[in-house]
Design a protein around this ligand. Structure first.
Ligand SMILES: Cc1ncc(COP(=O)(O)O)c(C=O)c1O
Length: 430
């Protein structure tokens, strides 16, 4: 009897051991096959690329597991923050410069002028030397000091001007346009006599130009002419996405997606991608997500841009009441007008802040304010369409560009924007 008992005990013990081993193996497989990338899964782009320009674009399309699990939709995001200049604007800078060189509006050795406080200026400053050109950026003088430092480190000359309305002749965009034409005249010897007396920009420390310096200071002696990049109205911006980002998304999803959503600054990204995708398959739904203070939501949903009082031209200061950067506008740009949209959502600053922290905690994605707003848009589209759909959006830049504001606890607390969500309850996802 005893031997039978001990044999039974041994059998039971061995069965328990086998069961434990199997369940251990299953747990191991579950944990590690999810988190570890097998060698054969390593994704390589072309083995080598042609210089800096060759490294722009062909960004990965990331499956955002946390948002996909929460919504029942496949939510994919184009990782534009992985471009060499750190944003989606690298593509635009390349396209603007290449088209201008091709048309002869810009020549090698010429200066690319842009009025921009953000990513486009950084991308232009980085890309211009790759084409043998220089870059001059006009920015409002209240822009974060880091941006000025980055631009100067990239070798651009930077001109800081007072922030005024876009209708004012000295708005930074208008100054940039004027400087481009002055530079062209200067290179053709048509500058006035006063200009001859001025020093060349190269001799200034860091190339920085303060607002009270005469216009002619911004031109080097060997200036070969100027070209105004004009990201808002130049349709090369749209084409960068129509010919690049859109086709990449189409290929990376295996030509199988239901919707695209993004916020708009110039509108180039939304327009280029929405138009390309809808021409490929016209039932792909395209949406705008609009931050506070922007008039585009009204334009898309009601056909009216703004009330008379809200018109940008009537305001003296920046009209946007949002902590997000690079998105939202109160005028219709040529680029935005190329978009094909099925609808729009409003996003709040609180939602964008909460989303950025959710993405960070649930998958380690450290993205900027416009990317977070785009992900808010992706969840809104998922709620509208219901589970089972594939939705694509854009991760425009990294959180590293947003340390002093969007990722600064004090800055957020001063504005009542301290994040507190534990999940996606701020978007009614439980
Ligand atoms: C960080 C960032 N995200 C998004 C956008 C919006 O992209 P688009 O100008 O193509 O509408 C911009 C535009 O400047 C930007 O700088």
């Amino acid at each position: 009897m005893a031997s039978v008992t001990s044999a039974g005990a041994i059998a039971a013990a061995s069965m328990a051991m086998v069961a434990a081993l199997i369940s251990g193996l299953l747990v191991y497989k579950k944990c590690f096959s999810l988190s570890l990338r097998k060698p054969q899964e390593i994704f390589c782009r072309d083995m080598t690329v042609d210089g800096l320009i060759g490294a722009i674009g062909n960004t990965p399309l990331i499956l955002i597991k946390s948002l996909s699990e929460a919504t029942g939709c496949k939510i994919l995001a184009k990782a534009e923050f992985l471009n060499p200049g750190g944003s989606v604007k690298d593509r635009v800078a390349v396209k603007i410069i290449e088209e201008a060189l091709e048309s002869g509006d810009l020549v090698k050795g010429g200066i690319v002028f842009e009025g921009s406080a953000g990513s486009t200026a950084i991308s232009l400053a980085m890309v211009a030397p790759a084409y043998g050109c220089k870059c001059h950026v006009v920015i409002p003088d209240d822009v974060a000091i880091e941006k000025l430092q980055i631009l100067e480190s990239l070798g651009a000359t930077v001109e800081r001007v007072r922030p005024v309305s876009i209708t004012h002749k000295d708005h930074f965009v208008n100054v940039a346009r004027r400087r481009a034409s002055e530079a062209t005249k200067f290179s053709q010897g048509k500058h006035d006599k006063e200009a001859k007396k001025t020093r060349a920009i190269d001799s200034l420390p860091n190339g920085h130009v303060s607002p009270d310096i005469s216009p002619a200071f911004v031109f080097p002696n060997d200036c070969k002419g100027g070209f105004f990049a004009d990201q808002f109205e130049n349709l090369a911006n749209f084409r960068a996405h129509y010919e690049g980002t859109g086709p990449e998304i189409w290929a990376q999803t295996g030509e199988n997606l239901d919707a695209f959503v993004a916020a708009a600054g110039t509108g180039g990204t939304l327009a280029g991608i929405s138009r390309f995708l809808q021409e490929k398959k016209n039932d792909i739904k395209c949406f705008l997500i609009d931050p506070p203070g922007s008039g585009l939501y009204n334009k898309v949903t009601r056909g009216v841009m703004y009330t008379r009082e809200e018109a940008e031209g009537r305001r003296l200061k920046n009209p946007f009441d949002t902590v997000t950067e690079g998105i939202g506008i109160n005028r219709l740009t040529k680029n935005f007008m190329m978009a094909r949209l099925d609808g729009a959502f409003r996003g709040t600053d609180m939602e964008a802040v909460e989303m950025s922290r959710f993405l960070l905690k649930n998958g380690g994605l450290f993205v900027g304010s416009s990317s977070a707003m785009n992900c808010v848009g992706a969840v809104r589209v998922a709620q509208l369409l219901g589970p089972g759909h594939t939705i694509v959006t854009i991760l425009c830049d990294s959180g590293m560009r947003h340390l002093s504001k969007f990722f600064n606890p004090q800055y957020l607390s001063d504005r009542g924007l301290t994040p507190s969500a534990t999940g996606l309850e701020f978007l009614d996802v439980r």
